[in-house]
Design a protein around this ligand. Structure first.
Ligand code: USQ
Length: 423
């Protein structure tokens, strides 16, 4: 984000506690793309952009640190990406659930109060998640909807039905940000972002930084790897692409370069003082099986041999549901998707292939064991190991497979993950 904004003439300061590296290490993982040290990244940044960003290593939950930063910088806009972003991580146990909620909610509260006291004209662009809405059996508006109840009408926040402690932390944030706008007169954009994927954060390939120290990280462990990033990593090392359950869960997706574009559009077009607005930020919706089939098709075209397999879903979530969210606000500001999914997937696989060994060395972190019921048990495969033709809609599943899924205890044959890996 700092590079994207700097390249567009913004002066960027930042605060980062470096927690992401610790969380991923705790999960036994590491970024598929090597990540340089903070100093090396700052040096590389300076060489590329002729200026060194002002970066504070500090924790947003420390109010004094946040206030000092605001005193030094007096920001015009704050892009708040400083939260723990993982649903599975928040579901590990009570300590992780409470830590994620405290970290996310307290950090945002400090930002809101620092804005009130030191930068009341600034614009907060806060990263929320499409997961705040859950999967209701209704179309999803952008934040608010008109409702008639017992003969009276009002415009109210659309009900949130989050599916993890992490996603609920974002719901609580949304309420806090909305309330702060009302009582402090702040202005904020709450971005309900879909699942982000990709390795290239500039829209044009020509802008992709040559220096690897300026590349983004890409995680593939069960907690910090998102579905598409994981599918790509699985493809390059010959591990099965893991569909959780039926694979008919539908989500909104967008490549990382378009996430940068959307956040920048929000920064460049602030709302009025006192306004709290919500943007649903994604490009298109897909089921997880459609996505796996897309990755498999692109990977096959590049000479890889991807297999798609269904495993027990470690989460409690609807696997078949209505999903039709609005996403009109960003296009109205000029948002135009820069890359289609296939070309983005090709670029990702090209970027990941040189790191096959690095990913393969951590293949053990791919199969999930964090369960929504609080237990830790690796998901078993729900099908026979089979090479599914790319693009054949792997998630539709045969009746037998579906029946197996409905009665996980009777799955036949249950494939040992280790044996499956060896195939
Ligand atoms: N899934 C699979 N196989 C996998 C990984 C995930 O089938 O190997 C499924 C999950 O069960 C889920 C869907 O894919 O139904 C998305 O899972 P995910 O891990 O890609 O994304 P999620 O946990 O929803 O969270 C991610 C980011 C989070 C962000 C959210 C946006 O980690 O920070 O808030 O995407 S959204 O999904 O729209 O809520």
């Amino acid at each position: 984000m700092a590079q994207y904004l700097t390249a567009r003439g913004h002066e960027v300061s930042g605060i980062d506690a470096g927690f992401r590296r610790e969380w991923v290490a705790e999960m036994g993982g590491r970024s598929a793309l090597p990540v340089a040290s903070v100093e090396e990244r700052l040096d590389a940044f300076e060489s590329a952009y002729d200026r060194r960003p002002h970066l504070v290593q500090g924790d947003l939950t420390d109010k004094d640190v946040v206030y000092r930063l605001f005193e030094d910088v007096r920001p015009e806009a704050i892009v708040h990406l400083g939260e723990c972003p993982s649903a599975p991580y928040s579901m590990i146990d009570a300590d992780h659930a409470i830590w994620v909620q405290r970290n996310n909610i307290e950090g945002t509260m400090n930002v809101l109060y620092a804005m009130r006291d030191l930068a009341p004209e600034a614009h907060l662009v806060k990263l929320g998640t499409m997961g705040e809405y859950g999967t209701p059996n209704l179309d999803i508006p952008e934040g608010f909807f008109e409702i008639e109840y017992r003969g009276r009408r009002d415009r109210l926040p659309f009900p949130r039905q989050a599916g993890s402690w992490y996603h609920w932390s974002k719901v609580h944030d949304s309420n806090n940000v909305m309330f702060a706008c009302r009582i402090f007169g702040l202005r904020a954009t709450d971005v309900m972002q879909g699942v982000v994927y990709g390795t290239r954060f500039f829209g044009s390939a020509a802008d992709h930084p040559a220096d690897p120290a300026l590349h983004t990280r890409l995680d593939f462990d069960q907690a910090f790897g998102t579905a598409l990033n994981r599918f790509c990593c699985q493809s390059v090392i010959g591990e099965p692409l893991t569909l959780f359950g039926l694979g008919n869960q539908r989500r909104g997706f967008l490549p990382i370069c378009d996430s940068m574009q959307c956040l920048t559009l929000a920064v460049d077009n602030p709302p009025e003082a006192g306004d709290y607005r919500v943007f649903n930020q994604f490009e298109e919706t897909y089921t997880i099986s459609e996505l796996a089939a897309k990755v498999a098709a692109v990977a096959s075209g590049m000479g890889l041999d991807p297999r798609i397999r269904r495993i027990e879903n470690p989460r409690k979530e609807m696997e078949e549901h209505h999903y039709n969210p609005d996403h009109d606000h960003l296009p109205a500001l000029g948002y135009q998707p820069t890359r289609d999914m296939d070309s983005e997937l090709r670029a990702m696989l090209e970027d990941l292939l040189p790191h096959q060994d690095r990913i393969a060395a951590k293949r053990d972190v791919l199969l999930p064991d964090i369960r929504w019921d609080g237990s830790r048990r690796r998901s078993a495969f729900l099908d026979k190991a089979a090479s599914l033709d790319a693009g054949n809609g792997a998630g539709t599943g045969s009746a037998a497979e579906t029946a197996n899924h409905d009665q996980p205890g009777q799955v036949e044959p249950m494939v040992d993950p280790v044996l499956a890996r060896a195939r």
